[in-house]
Design a protein around this ligand. Structure first.
Ligand code: HEM
Length: 135
């Protein structure tokens, strides 16, 4: 892909990631989870910028493993994922770049759904799976 075809720049991704996690850290529901588990915020923000660059621009910088990392967290719930999605939606809705906002919202919904399924299966595979409520 040539840069002219990209839906956004790396700088827009970095800004979005920084703005979103600034809000998530201050959020009554999400803040305690992030603040107790993220010890190096510079590293986390760099990892998440790489993740979104891979998803939105097709770069190959992200080499992490989101599923096992989230599965290992003790207290995730549908409510927390729904809160995460609502905050992501509010943050991306405020962007002037609509193509970026739309793609980021669509991908986040898919990822949240898949992480929530994985989370439930990692806890008790015999229980019926619950869906996230649409934001
Ligand atoms: C309930 C909602 C969520 C919470 C509380 C949460 C929390 C966290 C925390 C604490 C970490 C750091 C883990 C570590 O470094 O050990 C992390 C990593 C990460 N999260 Fe989430 N997360 C949530 C939802 C999502 C969603 C919806 C996405 C994708 C759209 C996502 C993408 C990632 C990625 C890519 C990493 C880095 C994984 C890696 O380093 O391999 N998270 N998350």
């Amino acid at each position: 892909m040539t840069p002219a075809e990209d839906i956004c720049t790396e700088a827009e991704i970095r800004d979005l990631v920084h703005t979103f996690y600034g809000k998530a850290r201050a959020d009554a529901q999400l803040g305690p989870v992030f603040n107790s588990q993220v010890h190096d915020w510079d590293e986390h923000l760099a990892t998440l910028s790489d993740f979104w660059s891979a998803v939105l621009l097709g770069t190959r910088r992200f080499t992490g493993m989101p599923m096992p990392k989230h599965a290992a967290m003790p207290n995730l719930s549908a409510e927390l994922f729904e809160r995460w999605l609502a905050l992501w939606r509010a943050t991306t809705d405020a962007l002037p770049n609509r193509a970026l906002a739309d793609a980021a919202q669509e991908m986040a919904k898919r990822m949240a759904r898949s992480l929530w399924y994985g989370y439930q299966l990692s806890r008790d595979p015999s229980q019926p799976l619950t869906e996230l409520r649409p934001a």
